[in-house]
Write a protein that binds this ligand. Structure first.
Ligand code: HEC
Ligand code: HEC
Length: 444
């Protein structure tokens, strides 16, 4: 008996050694290591930081103010996290119209940087068959610094869509995926399901084009560009990185300054005094660098632990019914030292050659849910949406871009167009298999 136990132990030991070799650990022949993950539990201290830049110590404002970076990567994570969590006021440049007072107000659950149920609202109309922004800009802010300028649109704006908050956790790794790897992945998809990669301007690299990967329309390729856009468009704070050329809009001048306000009396110029008294740019860029580096230094969302038996059973089904065609399981980030973002950023050691499991191809697809809104991806993207990355989905319960679905089952039923086959395959499963597949999704 004892001998049998010993043999068993040896077999287990050898299996454990061999296991990592069975896992996909090489893309294009370069060896990679699994990215650090967070357990998606806000009560666990210190499991958000992935090693990009310095960690620092938690900020106590009575002792010292946070210090923002002066260039990407040269600040401290705890300082950057504090700045990401600050609430801005009119004296800081908030408004004239805005959606909320701080990044963390919307990116908070289950941990700083992640998700919330907050939705933003976009609207426009069709002229000569093309989407055109609502007067004053397609983003219709929910709040304002003065009741006279709170935005109201007219019934002429017939294209309308809510967009729910997406999580930013692990986005530093996503930023470090090379264009080539995104392109190769899409090229390998069956042509009827092939995704469309957007080419979008990187603000800090003189608008050099790179494949977009962030946001529901894959409207940004760089975290610094997204952060500059969000500071301007979510909070009304103009900054060095808020960019030009219509990143959030079809209007080529959108983004350079706050948009005029679309009020009940028509579009009024609400920038400057009395509604927005702080001189532009309202932030010198320090805060934006802090936001970008905080997000870049967060770990990837990790799997549920332990993984339930049903989820293990559903794992293979996710591939066999065809979900993984668009919800790509694995990418490996570019090697450390690779210049990305139009040359404005170099892949750091902490983020390079890392294996991640985002369950997205970061490409746009027409699965019949398109919202009709065009941002910077071109007119053909009006009815396409980015494959929603499923990592961390167990910590969200408002699904699809409008956030109006509560169950994975209902979300799958909305998959049509390019995802029709996958939905039909899902529906052809037995009840028990469908439950296992859903358990798998909710273990991500
Ligand atoms: C009012 C709520 C709100 C605020 C405030 C807000 N965001 Fe967001 N954030 C969103 C929504 C909604 C999306 C999805 C937008 C879209 O794609 O249309 C998003 C998406 C993002 C993404 C893309 C993540 C991904 O992988 O898709 C980043 C990065 C981001 N926000 C950064 C920031 C930063 C930095 C700030 C602070 C300057 C900020 N956000 C403030 C609501 C908010
Ligand atoms: C042809 C590409 C494609 C295929 C195949 C596909 N999806 Fe999706 N999936 C998408 C896109 C695009 C979205 C975002 C749609 C939207 O929000 O309007 C999405 C969104 C989702 C969401 C919502 C996630 C969130 O955070 O809101 C879930 C859940 C989901 N898919 C699960 C599945 C499952 C399960 C399968 C297999 C049965 C599947 N998908 C097959 C492209 C695809």
């Amino acid at each position: 008996m004892l001998k049998l136990m010993k043999v068993l132990a040896l077999v287990l030991f050898v299996t454990a050694l061999a296991l990592p070799m069975w896992l996909p650990n090489s893309v294009e022949g370069q060896s990679g290591t699994e990215a650090l993950t967070t357990d998606m539990d806000a009560k666990t201290p210190n499991d958000l930081f992935n090693g990009f830049g310095a960690l620092g110590t938690p900020i106590d404002e009575c002792v010292a103010e946070p210090v923002p970076p002066t260039a990407r990567g040269n600040g401290r994570f705890e300082d950057n996290k504090f700045i990401f969590s600050e609430r801005e006021t009119v004296a800081d440049g908030l408004g004239p119209t805005y959606n909320d007072v701080g990044c963390v107000e919307c990116h908070q659950s289950v941990d700083t940087g992640a998700f919330s149920q907050t939705m933003e609202f976009r609207a426009g109309h069709i002229t000569n068959g093309q989407f055109v922004d609502a007067p004053g800009g397609q983003l219709i802010h929910a709040r304002g610094t003065d009741s006279d300028i709170v935005e109201h649109i007219t019934t002429a704006e017939t294209v309308k869509a809510f967009r729910i908050t997406t999580s930013t956790l692990g986005d530093g790794f996503v930023e470090c995926i090379s264009n080539t790897d995104l392109q190769n992945n899409v090229n390998a998809q069956p042509s009827a399901q092939r995704g469309f990669l957007t080419a979008v301007p990187v603000v800090e690299a003189n608008n050099a084009l790179r494949f977009g990967r962030f946001g529901w329309k894959a409207q940004h390729a760089s975290l610094l560009s997204f952060a500059g856009d969000a500071y301007l468009n979510e909070m009304g704070i103009t900054n060095k990185f808020d960019g030009t050329a219509g990143r959030s809009s079809t209007d080529p001048n959108a983004g350079t300054t706050e948009n005029p306000c679309s009020t009940a009396e028509g579009v009024v110029n609400c920038t400057g005094a009395p509604f927005d008294p702080v001189a532009d740019p309202e932030d010198d860029g320090g805060d934006v660098l802090a936001f970008a580096d905080f997000m870049a230094a967060t770990r990837a969302p990790g799997r549920q632990n332990p993984i339930p038996a049903a989820a293990t059973r559903g794992d293979a089904l996710f591939n066999s019914v065809g979900c993984a065609v668009c919800h790509t399981r694995t990418f490996q980030t570019a090697a450390p030292g690779t210049a990305i973002n139009g040359g404005a950023f170099t892949v750091p050691t902490a983020l390079g050659n890392k294996i991640i499991h985002p369950f997205s191809d970061f490409a746009l697809h027409n699965i019949g849910t398109g919202d009709g809104i065009v941002q910077n991806g071109g007119a053909n993207t009006a009815n396409m949406m980015r494959t929603a990355p499923l990592w961390g989905i167990r910590a969200r319960n408002r699904l699809m871009h409008e956030g109006l679905n509560i169950t994975v089952f209902d979300s799958v039923q909305l998959h049509a167009g390019q995802a029709t086959t996958a939905r039909n395959n899902f529906n052809a499963l037995t009840n028990a298999q469908r439950a296992d597949l859903i358990a798998f999704v909710l273990s991500l």
